[in-house]
Design a protein around this ligand. Sequence first.
Ligand SMILES: Nc1ncnc2c1ncn2[C@@H]1O[C@H](COP(=O)(O)OP(=O)(O)OP(=O)(O)O)[C@@H](O)[C@H]1O
Ligand SMILES: [Mg+2]
Length: 272
Amino acid sequence: MSHPLLGVEELVAGFGATTVLHGLSYEVNRGEIAGIFGLNGAGKSVSMKVLAGVVPVRSGRITFDGVDITRMSAEERVAKGMAHVPQGRQVFAALTVEQNLRLGAYTLRRRDSRRYQAVLDGVYDRFPLLRERRTQVAGTMSGGQQASLAVARALMAEPLLMLVDEPSAGLAPLVVRELFATLREVAASGVTMVLVEQNVAFGLQLATTAHILQVGRIVHSGAVADLDQAAVASYLGVGRLLGAGVTSTIEARKPAKKAAPRKRAPRKAVAK
Ligand SMILES: Nc1ncnc2c1ncn2[C@@H]1O[C@H](COP(=O)(O)OP(=O)(O)OP(=O)(O)O)[C@@H](O)[C@H]1O
Ligand SMILES: [Mg+2]
């Protein structure tokens, strides 16, 4: 299998006279957690909506598992194995936890009720709190619990690829850590992810590859372990404050190197 799981080629999309994506291109291979980073308004959420089939493409091509899905409906994409966890989570506040989960698998439930029950049990095993709270009205749960529910609902469709838009928004760092641990487990279980994160330092803890989006175009792509933190900070204009967090995250993600005696003189630091 040589093709990537997701291929995004020269996507152009927008609204009325406004163009938001100006030729967006990147690839995601199986098993990756692709982090999409960019400033507010860069087009991160629009790019996820275009992938999910909620916003139409003006030109360009999307391939999923080698198949051209550019003109496919959102429902067909879900059936093919794509799930979208939109920004703001958007759980159905008036419905219970289990009703929300059921909606994540509405076609499966009709098609194969035994399989549906097995998928639901699997999701509850991963999110024991949701099992405990299955009759609770979703709108009365905490932000972190609703974030878990949004991810769990996406998993009900048994996706190959999950598009997760700003899962950390509005959550305390400890809650983000727990949610990211869950997302990491989900990824390890074989679900490839595209993760949008406004908080770069958080996002780099989870992402394996990073794509930097600037005004509707990817301006930098690479493995997180190879990222040049100065370049990331300058692309995102995050300055010294966040830059420090990004540096330590990137350093922590680099594979440990054996301490070898230095043969060459260390490179000189670039003067600013
Ligand atoms: N339905 C819409 N109609 C018109 N313009 C829109 C629509 N949705 C998004 N836009 C515009 O597209 C641009 C990109 O929006 P998008 O939501 O993708 O930003 P983002 O990168 O996700 O930002 P944030 O970090 O704030 O979530 C913005 O200028 C926004 O105003
Ligand atoms: Mg957004």
